[in-house]
Design a protein around this ligand. Sequence first.
Ligand SMILES: O=C(O)CCC(=O)C(=O)O
Ligand SMILES: [Fe+2]
Length: 260
Amino acid sequence: MSSVSSIVNLKSCPIQTQSFAKSCKNIFETEGVLMLERFLTEQAVKDLAAEAEDRKELAYYTSAKHSVYLTPHQDNLPESHIQNRKVSSSKGCITTDQIPTMSGLRTIYDSDIFRNFVCSVVGVSELYEYADPLSSINVHYANEGQELNWHFDNSEFAITLLLQSPEGGGSFDYVKDLRSAETGDMNYDEVEAYVDGAREPISLYVDAGTLMLFRGRNSMHRVTPTIGNQTRILVVLAYNSEPGISLSEQARMTFYGRLG
Ligand SMILES: O=C(O)CCC(=O)C(=O)O
Ligand SMILES: [Fe+2]
């Protein structure tokens, strides 16, 4: 297996140093998002994108209609209420067990340097892989027209690596701290204004090789539809703060179409 230093640009992103981790933590806390451009070396972007392209045929494609809150239908509210309104998302996905043993993605995911960096930035003491064989490393494919529509994440934070950007579209749009899952303030009016397009989100155009850490529980976000033939390819690195945890069977069936 390759070493972290051949995959991560440690010169421009010295994740092994306290001072770099501290400045990233500050950005993450004030912005709710940390974007590290050229996190991957040029060679790693080429190798990992080619590896992911090779496995595209294995992807499980899903298309879902969901509310932006990802909650079930609430019978006490009308169909047209933003809590019940449905938006559409579709993508393909391959799972941890479909990623080659020698893949650089495993090198990053397993690396102590990387895990310690993430711990420092998000403020957790330890990170563990998922106990099930599917959920730790996922590669997402968005072909022409496919998009991830507005939503709030259930997880506290997300880590993504873009391997291939599309020719057009695929912008990451977000609105920081739009609701509060903690106090239960769903902020219906403003959420609806963004979903209707009456208000403009912040739009980030991300280049291949970029690492993103994002707090998506209260910040609504989406990825706009891919335009053109080049598939958007994105890796999600998922951890738990406790050992021995599997993704729920319901979620595995929804996202992967199987349990293991
Ligand atoms: O594709 C992306 O850049 C974001 C992914 C995301 O928001 C999610 O998987 O919840
Ligand atoms: Fe998300």
